[in-house]
Structures are given as C-alpha cells and as structure tokens.
Design a protein around this ligand. Structure first.
Ligand SMILES: [Zn+2]
Length: 461
C-alpha cells in the first residue's frame, strides 16, 4: 500500500504521505494555448494522469483534487494575436478546446479544476503586492521584479547557484533589474500591445509574468502548501524554481511537499525542435493512431527517462494492444469475477514504473488466454476482472474488445455483421463458393473473419 515517488527537490525516492488523506492535492502546469500541442507536450498530462489514477485507487476518487491550469495570457499569445488580427480570447478558447479534446482522446481524465490565468489576475496582483510589501520585489521602469537575492535559498530545486546564472550568457543584462537573474512578476504594457492584453495594477497597466500565474492559482484552489507539483523537466528551471520563490516568500511556508518531473521525448535520437523540422503534433498523430496506442507508447518508458518516439514504438504498441484486447475478447462474457492481482498496482506504487506495469498487463492477458484455452469459467472471470481493473489504473482497455477490433460506426458494422452472417448461412448450406466470395470481399475491405469454436467474429486489420 506504500507509494514511493521520486522527489526532484529531495533528489531521492520518498514514501508519499499526503497532508490530508481525504484531500490529496496535485498541481500540474498546463498548456499555453496559442497553437497545437506537440507530442512532447502530451507526456506530462499522461504521466500525471497515471499518478492521479493511482492516488484515486488509494485514497478514493473524490479525495484527489487535481488542478491543471490554462495559460491564456503570455507573450507568445499576444504575438499570435498581433500576427493574425484575431482577439486573444478567440485564439485561447479555440486552442484550449483542441487541447482538451486531444488529451481526452489520450484517455486523460479532465482535471478537477482548470483555472484560466486571465480569470485570476486579481489574485496575482494581490500576491505581487504582498511580495513588494515584504521586500522580496521592487518596481522598475519596465515592470515589477522579484529580487532573487532577497531569498536566502533561491535555487534549491534545481541546485543552481546565482553565480552560475550570472556567468551564463542566457541571462541578458538589463538595466532595469538589480540582478540579472531577477524575473518579472508584472510587465508594463508596451506601445502597440492589444487592449485585451492589458490590466490595471497599483504599479501601472500591464500583465502578469508567467511564473506568478501558477503560484497564485495553485494557492487559490489547492492551498498554500500542496502535496504534489508536477511538470516536464524543462520547467524545473526557471519556471518551478520561480514558483517556489514567489509562493514561499509570499506565504512563509513550503509550496509543495513533492516535486515531480518527467523526462524529454526524443525523435529518433534527436531532440524535437522547430529548427530541426521534426515537430509532431498530437492532433495529427490522433488521425493515424488510436489514443490508446499513443498512450501505451508513452508509458512504455519510465517517466523520468528520455523516451525515443519512433514509428516502430507506435507499431509495437498497436501490436501489443491488439494482443491484449484479443485476450480480453476471449474472456469478455465471463463477468462477475473479482480483481485480486496487484502486479500493475505494485509497479505503479514504485515511482510509477510503467514499463513493469505494462509487462504485468501482458502477463494478465496471457492468464486470460490460458483460462480461455482451459475453458475454466472461474479463471476466465478473474482474468477479465484483473485486466479491466489494471486497464483502469493505466487508462487503457477503456473500450470493449468489439469496439477496439471493429471500430467504425454502427451502420457500417451492421452491414459487416450481416455479411458475416450470410457467410455462415452459405457454409451451413455447403455453398463454399459463396462463402469464399464473401470472405474475399471483406478481406479486400481490410476485414478479417475469425472462425472459432463459439462462432465467427471479425476485426479490422
Ligand atoms: Zn506552472
């Protein structure tokens, strides 16, 4: 029953203990909504969805409160609005809807709370005011800055020291800042920026910085100290480091008890990037592959390790899922069993070890096949229950085997059912030529008939 999670801040696996087992809180940084998400962006929602499902199984479905924000105000969104002439809200509504539809197709459960940044600007202003009053922030001519030197343990999450940052060429020297590593809490509006990107504040008109959005929304919806904060490893610095700085200096208490980060996705050994031209969009992949195939492929590697995303990985995921659904089909009618196998759960309890969990899922499929071979009704019922329960934890096997194998729409499937029945009738009448003709016609459509002891079924191949 013990869950161990790798805490990036502690740099080790720790036993997970929530502050309150009746209200377990998770915050995962969500998308900035101005274009389509690439497949690397899909890794955090899938990984943390598995964690959420494990916590729901452990503490109860209602006990887990999962917040994932929508960043709907940011420099890139303003840029997109200026370039297209579309209002900011039109852009963000459109791409947030696409993001939510795409993640739903990956069997990612909708967050319990989805705060939008622009609905929380007042909370952000309040938090910035607190930081200014407490001496952690100052007002410049371009905006309000967080003073990193004012926080004794700034850099504790990433382990970076301020001197490292100053030596780095990436931090540009800015006359408005006291220290090159100081970051914006509030950015004053510049000439030419659209009105829908500007809010009033006690320091001048402008908009919040990106980091303060998450700090304010996490505190508002989950509390000043949350149990788990997650996101991609690219967010560890500076985004999460700065969230800690803002939240802990404003509230005087720890922001998150566990910090979790998923690794990068590589494309055939290379990092995905616009300049390399190898950016793959979730939306496009979903046209070619079922969401469960993408999800299975994503979970085939451990979340903290880099994952090489290749066509072969997807083909392999599809083949394995076909095999598991095929086993599930053979025991599908055997209802009423109890799920007692803990293999998948144990693997997930060990820092979300999904490669082991998927191997355990395949083992359960083998159990189902053995039970079906032996026609052991009791073993078939247990196998069905175990497969379905394990699938629920992983966000897989959410379809019936019939839906998985046949797909398509009801009318099309009814037509094929009728042809398969016509073939059965032809065989019963010993009209072999007609039976073969129907089989060949269906094969030409990519439909395979599977004759078994209990009748004939079919699947799309
Ligand atoms: Zn964030």
């Amino acid at each position: 029953m013990t869950i161990r999670l790798y805490d990036t801040a502690a740099r080790e696996k720790r036993v997970f203990e929530p502050q309150d087992p009746t209200r377990v809180t998770m915050y995962v940084c969500g998308p900035t909504v101005y274009n389509y998400a690439h497949i690397g962006n899909a890794r955090p929602p899938i990984v943390f969805d598995v964690l959420r499902r494990l916590l729901m199984a452990t503490y109860g479905e209602e006990a887990v409160v999962y917040a994932r924000n929508i960043t709907d105000i940011e420099d890139k969104i303003i840029q997109a609005s200026l370039e297209s002439g579309e209002p900011i809200e039109a852009i963000t509504q459109k791409f947030a809807a696409i993001y939510n539809a795409d993640t739903a197709a990956l069997n990612v459960l909708a967050p319990s709370i989805e705060p939008w940044a622009t609905a929380h600007v007042g909370d952000m202003i309040e938090m910035i005011g607190k930081l200014v009053r407490k001496g952690y922030a100052y007002v410049g001519s371009e905006g309000v800055w967080f003073s990193v030197k004012s926080m004794a343990d700034y850099g504790k999450l990433s382990g970076r020291k301020l001197e490292d940052n100053e030596a780095g060429a990436r931090v540009t020297v800015d006359a408005d800042k006291r220290d090159p590593a100081d970051f914006a809490l509030w950015k004053f509006a510049k000439a030419g920026e659209p009105d829908d990107a500007i809010w009033d504040s006690p320091w001048g008109r402008g908009r919040p910085g990106w980091h303060i959005e998450c700090s304010a929304m996490a505190a508002k919806h989950l509390g000043k100290t949350i149990d788990i904060h997650g996101g991609g490893i690219d967010l560890q610095f500076p985004h999460h480091e700065n969230e800690i700085a803002q939240s802990e200096c404003a509230h005087g208490q720890q922001m998150a008890r566990y910090w979790m980060h998923n690794g990068f996705l590589d494309m055939g050994g290379e990092k995905m990037s616009k300049s390399l031209g190898n950016v793959v969009l979730v939306h496009d992949l979903l046209e070619r592959w079922h969401g469960e195939v993408l999800r299975f492929a994503m979970l085939s590697g451990h979340y903290r390790a880099p994952l090489d995303w290749t066509e072969d990985l997807l083909k392999q995921a599809k083949t394995t899922l076909d095999r598991i659904y095929g086993a599930l089909r053979r025991v599908w009618e055997a209802e009423g069993g109890t799920a007692a196998d803990r293999g998948v759960r144990r693997a997930l309890e060990d820092d979300l070890n999904t490669p082991v969990a998927l191997a355990e899922l395949s083992r359960l499929a083998s159990d189902a096949n053995l039970a079906a071979d032996r026609k052991d009704a009791e073993a078939m019922a247990s196998a069905r229950a175990n497969l379905v329960a394990a699938g629920k934890l992983l966000g897989l096997l959410t379809l019936s085997p019939k839906q998985w194998e046949q797909g398509g729409d009801d009318d099309g499937n009814a037509r094929i059912d009728a042809l398969v029945q016509a073939r059965i009738d032809a065989r019963a009448a010993k009209d072999w030529a007609e039976a073969d003709r129907i089989r060949d016609a269906l094969a030409a459509e990519g439909i395979e008939i599977m004759d078994g002891s209990s009748g004939s079924t079919w699947r799309r191949i």
